[in-house]
Ligand binder design. Sequence first.
Ligand SMILES: Cc1cc2nc3c(=O)[nH]c(=O)nc-3n(C[C@H](O)[C@H](O)[C@H](O)COP(=O)(O)O)c2cc1C
Length: 240
Amino acid sequence: MSEDNSFFDIVESRRSVRIFDTETPFDHDLVKKALEASILSPNSSNLQLYQFIRIPETSPFKGPLAELCMRQKAATTARELVVVLTRRDAWKSRAKANYEYIKDATQNQSEKKKKQALSYYGNLIPKLYRKFPGWSLIKKLIAFFVGFKRPMVREVSESDVRVSVHKSAALASMTFMLGMKAIGYDTCPMEGYDSKRIKKLLDLPSGSEICMIIGCGRGLPEGVYGDRFRVNSDSLIKEI
Ligand SMILES: Cc1cc2nc3c(=O)[nH]c(=O)nc-3n(C[C@H](O)[C@H](O)[C@H](O)COP(=O)(O)O)c2cc1C
C-alpha cells in the first residue's frame, strides 16, 4: 500500500498561532475554500447544526469583536475571524432537509432502509430535539427504564443534546483549521471571549451558542509561543 504523508505533515505543522502578518496579502477566498471542505466533516445525525460567521478585517465588526476576544493578539492581528456557532435551534429545517433528500433519493437503496431513514428524521429526531418543559427529564427517565431491558443510548437530555451539537461544530472547526494549514495559512482557536456581549454585537440567534472563534492569517514565527508540548501518548492512548 502506498503511503501519503501529506495529511500527517499538515497535522504536525499546524500550531495555534497568536500573531498574524498584517502586511502581506491575504486571500479570503481560501478561507471560504477551507470552510466548504469543513462542511464535509462528520456530524451528529447529519443535521449540520452549526454555522460559520465570517468577519474579515474590513468588517466594521472586526475591531469590536477582537476587543471582546479579550484583545488577544490572535484576534486583533487576525485577517479574518470565524465565529463557529452551534445552531441547535435549526434542527427542524435540517431534519426536514435530510427527510426530503432521502424521500427523493433515487440511489439503489432498499425500501426498508429508506423507510427506516425516513422514520429516523420524521420520528426519532423530533423526539430528541423538540423542547417543552419537563421533556428533558422524561427523555432521561425513558432511557433509564428502557436501559434495564436492552442497550440504550443514555445521552438524551437537553444538556446531552447541547454537548452533541458542540461536538459536531468542533469537528468541523478542526477540519477547517487543517484545511487552512493545507492551504498555507494559520489559525488560532479561541474560547477566551465574552460570549454574551458577542451575541449582542453580532445579533446572533438566541438559540445559538459560540463553540469557538478562530483567528485566521499567515502566522508570524513569533506568533508560535514555544515548542509544542504534549503529555506522553501512553496516558492518552490505551488499549484494553
Ligand atoms: C477549544 C479551544 C479553545 C482555545 N482557546 C484559546 C484561547 O482563547 N487563546 C489562545 O491563545 N489559545 C487557545 N486555544 C489554543 C490552545 O491553547 C492550543 O491548541 C494548545 O495549547 C496546543 O497548542 P497547538 O494548537 O499549537 O498544538 C484553544 C484551543 C481550543 C481547542
